[in-house]
Design a protein around this ligand. Structure first.
Ligand SMILES: *Cc1c(COP(=O)(O)O)cnc(C)c1O
Length: 470
């Protein structure tokens, strides 16, 4: 058969579009998307025919049916209908995994978003008064109740918060910061650069390993605008070290009538020292009488991406009126998720149970072991060819928080005879939803701490499918 005849045998667009499944997809995804997919399939078929060897044409014709073309188009439409952003199963044991979206949200938060978003809301409407309200009031009461802050403001992230705080409190002035705290958070967010963007002048004091309160005091002059402390979230200076405490800075600020700012980063709302996590927390930091603190919404607070600013009304009022406030403001989605998350902190036990980040940090060894055993058993059944064993693992907070802190965890270690560990890792990652583990000494580790029970079925399915594609 010659190729010209074969080209004539290609099913026509209209015939293909008559397919039941495609007609259904047209209703669901729109006619244009489906027609486009069929057109792509037809182009591909033409290309394939041009590339055929003479002896392959016969076999090709047999496969060239309306049904097979339609089936190819269905796959294309379905692939196009999938959003790029989709769920991933985090089996790395790193709780705030920056690449995997940092903090997962509490159910109360996602439900509040789902309930609020399809319709209108009182975002900037005062319902009792029947007139314009302010979005700044939304979190006010809850934050006051949870942290004792006089006032609060929410912006896009903590980087924005830093910019706004410095612009409104210290533009044209010097801000005194310890040399040990000139942090780079990642993605070119460096305290000295943000300082410059905010129009403030960085006044470094002390040395990398030691800064005393006297160093701050000696640097104070008539141009000083604020004293600032930055939590060294993502690194630790070890050995011969000293830093000024918040209390000392607050006292010094009072003495010279200067505001004190604390970029605390992680936004931890409860005391987790009983779990070995020695990090500052929001209520305790505010208790020192500090003027302004700022922190992320999606680190240890466990909420949506946001930058929270809390502290004295006189400063935060000014921030709300600053031109940058409009540029950095957040959407109702963020408010809805944040308010519902903060409300869970009314009861600390509830917060530890319902806020995924806290639940993962505080999960006991026994519970991890039990969960890992249960999942391992199902994995063994699903794929008997794999070698499956439970091992002790070190889990991490991640997200640039508490870098030296390891949580004793449990991982399911997988290795196969039929395929390499690297191949196994790839197959799980290519499953839907992707399962992301980590390779350690030629085993694929699935850390149980960051895997939810609701995700077991998907993990088991991915492991079973890894066998089929061998
Ligand atoms: C993480 C962090 C930031 C940046 O916060 P984003 O919410 O990621 O913008 C700023 N400062 C400190 C100390 C941090 O730990």
């Amino acid at each position: 058969m010659i190729k010209k005849d074969l080209l004539r045998k290609i099913p026509k667009m209209d015939e293909i579009l008559n397919d039941d499944k495609l007609r259904f997809l047209m209703e669901e995804q729109g006619r244009k998307t489906v027609v486009e997919a069929v057109r792509e399939v037809l182009d591909e078929i033409r290309g394939e025919i041009f590339n055929l060897a003479e002896e392959e044409t016969e076999a090709f014709q047999a496969k060239l049916t309306q049904a097979s073309a339609a089936a190819r188009a269905v796959l294309k439409v379905e692939a196009k209908a999938k959003p790029y952003l989709r769920p991933v199963i985090n089996a790395t044991g790193t709780i705030l995994h920056t690449n995997l979206g940092r903090a997962p949200l509490a159910r109360a938060a996602t439900e509040n978003v789902a309930q609020l978003l399809p319709g209108y809301s009182n975002l900037e409407y005062d319902v009792p008064k029947g007139k314009r309200g302010s979005r700044h009031d939304i979190l006010q009461k809850t934050m006051m109740e949870m942290t004792g802050a006089e006032d609060v403001m929410i912006v896009n992230n903590n980087a924005s918060a830093t910019l706004l705080v410095l612009s409104s409190m210290a533009a044209g002035k010097e801000v005194i910061v310890s040399r040990g705290e000139l942090v780079e958070i990642g993605g070119s967010f460096r305290i000295p650069d943000i300082m410059e963007q905010g129009g403030a002048k960085l006044r470094e004091v002390g040395t990398t390993n030691k800064t005393k309160i006297a160093d701050y005091e000696n640097a104070i002059n008539e141009n000083t605008g604020a004293l600032m402390k930055v939590h060294t979230s993502n690194y630790k200076v070890m050995g011969f070290t000293q830093e000024a405490s918040l209390e000392e800075l607050v006292e010094l600020g009072k003495k010279y009538d200067l505001p004190v700012i604390f970029d605390m980063g992680n936004g931890l709302m409860v005391d987790l020292s009983p779990y070995g996590l020695d990090e500052p927390n929001v209520p305790a930091s505010l208790d020192t009488g500090i003027d302004v603190i700022l922190f992320s919404g999606d680190k240890l607070l466990g909420g949506p991406q946001a930058g929270m600013i809390a502290g004295k009304k006189e400063y935060i009022e000014k921030m709300k009126k600053h031109p940058l406030a409009r540029a950095l403001r957040v959407d109702k989605m963020t408010f809805a998720a944040m308010e519902a998350t903060l409300m869970l902190y009314r009861d600390e036990d509830l917060a530890k149970k319902e806020i995924p980040v806290l639940r993962m940090i505080t999960e006991e060894k026994d519970s991890l072991t039990m969960r890992a055993e249960a999942l391992a058993e199902r994995i063994r059944e699903a794929n008997p060819a794999l070698k499956v064993r439970l091992i002790d693992a070190e889990d991490q907070i991640g997200g640039g928080s508490a870098p030296m802190f390891y949580l004793p965890g449990k991982a399911i270690a997988l290795s196969g005879e039929a395929c390499s560990t690297a191949e196994l890792e790839k197959r799980l990652r290519k499953s839907e939803p992707p399962v992301v583990g980590r390779i350690h000494e030629d085993e694929l580790l699935l850390a149980i701490r960051t895997i939810r029970e609701e995700e077991y079925d998907d993990v088991v399915r991915a492991v079973a499918a890894a066998k089929d594609s061998e």
